[in-house]
Design a protein around this ligand. Structure first.
Ligand code: SF4
Ligand code: SF4
Length: 145
């Protein structure tokens, strides 16, 4: 059995944990929280450190020092998982669902997340080019939360 079917998230090695990330880049988009309901809404504005083509963090090791709102997801962090995309591999396994066919660990192809249209490639705006005062105009509905 593959490790992600055999082990709990809390039992995985560091390398196994890191390999679970499908490289979609979705969690690196700016999110807005509804003050009244607490609901999280995604925009297509990407963090300034996201490579918007490769959909990976350009400063992964130093990310939480360089971006104050960047959250390092850890096993058992259910509060963070709650606002991750439904498609996120960590949330998927946490909720007892199987990894999707397009997940690189399943397909064996690192590009499958892009080919399946799951990643943010070609669908996001770098933070540096977005109007920070008009974030509501960047709201999107193609990420299920
Ligand atoms: S949403 Fe999940 S799988 Fe996608 S980049 Fe973020 S941590 Fe990785
Ligand atoms: S610092 Fe890196 S991992 Fe954190 S939100 Fe920005 S691009 Fe994503």
């Amino acid at each position: 059995m593959p490790f992600w079917e055999e082990k709990q998230l809390t039992e995985m090695t560091r390398d196994e944990w890191e390999s679970l990330c499908d490289g979609c880049g979705r969690c690196c988009l700016t999110k807005l929280e509804d003050i009244d309901s607490g609901a999280i809404h995604y925009t297509n504005v990407a963090c300034r450190l996201l490579d918007t083509d490769g959909c990976r963090c350009t400063r992964y090791r130093a990310r939480t020092k360089l971006v104050k709102d960047c959250v390092e997801l850890k096993p058992g962090d259910t509060e963070t998982l709650a606002w991750m995309p439904v498609s996120c591999a960590y949330r998927t396994l946490h909720e007892g669902r199987p990894l999707a066919d397009w997940h690189p660990l399943v397909s064996g192809d690192p590009d499958s997340v892009h080919k399946a249209g799951i990643s943010v490639r070609g669908k996001c705006v770098p933070e540096q080019l977005a109007d920070a005062d008009e974030l509501e105009s960047y709201l999107i509905d193609w990420i299920e939360t």
